[in-house]
Design a protein around this ligand. Sequence first.
Ligand SMILES: [Zn+2]
Ligand SMILES: [Zn+2]
Length: 283
Amino acid sequence: MLLANYHVHSDYCDGKNTLEEMVQAGIAAGLTSLGLSSHFPLPFTNNWTMKQEKLENYLDDIKNLKEKYASQIELYRGMEIDFFIDRQDISDLAKAVLPRLDYTIMSIHTLGKTTGDDVSYIDESQRDFARGIEKYYQGDNQAFIYDYYRGIKNMVKTFEPDILGHIDLIKKYNQNNCFFDENDNWYQDTVRSCLDGIAETKTRMEINTGANMRVPGVGRYPSDWMISEMKKRHIPITIGGDSHCVEGIVYGYNQAEVYLEECGYHEYWILKKGRWEAQSLGV
Ligand SMILES: [Zn+2]
Ligand SMILES: [Zn+2]
């Protein structure tokens, strides 16, 4: 069974449960290593990330939980940090906080301009996603997708985060291929080029099992065919539930483990006593 989860939200951001409830759920599920990863505050108004003034409380809370549950589970202090395509950068505040974290996930959730308060998101709703592509790419889905994967590659090459979050989040609202077809050559070539870049870094790619729980039918991030491509490039992986409630703490784990082995993966990476170590799959 899979023993870790490094993608865990709480009521510090858009999760439903407290940090402690998520920790208890992790223990109950038999996990031995758990990373807490609230959405890092953004430099513009929004309703889904942590508020900047809560940052110190968050860091303190995790420190206390680490001590309280030390005999039951290893806890790690992380955050899911946003990279912005328009700036090709993360926020200054994120850069300042990075050294205080045990690990980082970096992800892209926004599209277009990230100044002002009318920012468009990839994963908020299908309508908002379409509106963003219309506004910033004149409705050219392909142009946006090129920009998105260029952004992912640049983010990983520039910052080498411990974990790259949900590489293909852009499929969240792609039901019936209404934005793009993953089987198209141009799409697969774009992803392959992005994976080539990632393979040159130390960053691990996250197998994100939580997608179906939020929007049924989405599957996992990354899509199945990409996992074989990652394996060919020897890209190391971690596991994360993108858990927003206690019920999601190990959502989709068994199926993910079976599929990873089918793709030829024999190990995933977990934090043990503060260091990344390879852990065998299927034991
Ligand atoms: Zn995310
Ligand atoms: Zn997340």
